[in-house]
Design a protein around this ligand. Structure first.
Ligand code: ADE
Length: 350
């Protein structure tokens, strides 16, 4: 499988804040290709999605067709980009990676699509940020494998039609709600990625430790898994931090105590919350008396970007039952309030 990253797949440096939790959907080196599974059988977790993909891929291959267009949504770090590589590999095709913000003009998309070989995968990360003008080109491309390009103006105006080779578009988004319904309806397969169970994260960590030649006790990796917020990318990042710590402080021994010490240094508490999570919870508690508070007001008080809070910070806190989203805004739950009290009492890092 060939991978070509020929359109900038990373964010525009000026329009996105620094990602918390070390999460940069495009460039986090801890996700490095070395740790990325390339086949469905190597991919751990997301059992339902894998089963759906196995069937769809086998059927498409037996008809010598590309896989139907696939929309993946869910919080960052759960493996959307990895899955695009896996799908391409299973199809015996290449993947070309780009992102919504990188495709600024219709011609960017034309360039991207015309460079695809038959049955290749075009992966568009952050597809909810695709400009409207580009989105319009994508409809006939997805449906009829053609792009209509207007040339000249006035009395000379005419349309040139470019025919495309069969391809699969894989769109990834953290915000399915922001996708227009015409775009959403053109995906034949849609799947929401869920957070991983601790046991699945442990399996991923064991696999990564093997690939990185890290020898660690199983209960040490279990502790990393429990602090990884259900997210493989975070698990692999924390594993590297623990490896560094062990190398410098414990002669390479990775025990449960090593993990506790290394992750305390990283500001990651025993349930995986880090500095920005704790600040989110304590701001609602201290400034807004537990809420409800609107997202924009909360973001302004914290000096953070509202989109980052909504995409990256809140999903795990909601899933963990520490905050609730109501029509009047965000509110701490009883567990959320208990957690803040522990933070204030110094029982977890501040
Ligand atoms: N590395 C990161 N995510 C993974 C996954 N889901 N399965 C195997 N290895 C991974």
């Amino acid at each position: 499988m060939a991978t070509e990253r020929w359109v900038s797949a990373t964010k525009q440096p000026t329009d996105l804040p620094d990602p918390p939790h070390g999460l940069d959907p495009g460039t986090d080196p801890s996700l490095g290709n070395a740790l990325r599974p390339t086949r469905l059988d190597e991919y751990i977790g997301q059992a339902e999605l894998k089963e759906r993909l196995r069937i769809a891929i086998e059927a498409a291959k037996s008809r010598s067709e590309p896989l139907d267009h696939l929309l993946l949504h869910g919080p960052p770090g759960l493996g959307k980009t990895t899955l695009a590589h896996v799908v391409a590999s299973e199809m015996g095709a290449s993947v070309k990676v780009t992102s919504g913000p990188a495709l600024t003009k219709g011609t960017d998309l034309v360039g991207a699509l015309t460079r695809l070989e038959a049955n290749d995968v075009l992966f568009i990360d952050e597809i909810h940020r695709l400009p409207v003008a580009v989105e319009e080109f994508i409809y006939p491309a997805m449906e009829d494998l053609r792009i209509d390009i207007a040339v000249d103006a006035g009395v000379h105006a005419r349309t040139v039609t470019v025919t495309l080779k069969p391809f699969t578009l894989i769109g990834a988004t953290t915000r399915a709600g922001l996708l227009s319904s015409p775009l959403r309806s053109r995906f034949g397969l849609t799947h929401n990625l869920n957070y991983y169970e601790p046991g699945e994260l442990l399996d991923i960590l064991c696999r990564s430790a093997g690939l990185l030649s890290i020898s660690a006790e199983r209960d040490a990796l279990e502790r990393v898994a429990l602090r990884s917020r259900g997210t493989p990318r975070i698990a692999n990042r924390l594993l590297r931090r623990v490896r560094d710590y062990a190398q410098v402080r414990t002669g390479g021994v990775i025990s449960a105590t090593t993990v506790d010490e290394a992750l305390a240094l990283e500001g990651v508490d025993e349930i995986g919350l880090d500095e920005i999570d704790r600040r989110y919870l304590t701001t609602i508690h201290k400034t807004y008396q537990g809420g409800p508070v609107g997202l924009e007001a909360l973001a302004a008080t914290m000096g953070e970007d509202a989109g980052t809070l909504a995409d990256v910070v809140e999903p795990f806190l909601l899933q963990r039952g520490l905050v609730a989203r109501t029509t009047r805004g965000r509110e701490l739950t009883k567990d959320g309030t208990d957690r803040v009290r522990k933070v204030i009492a110094g029982e977890v890092w501040t």
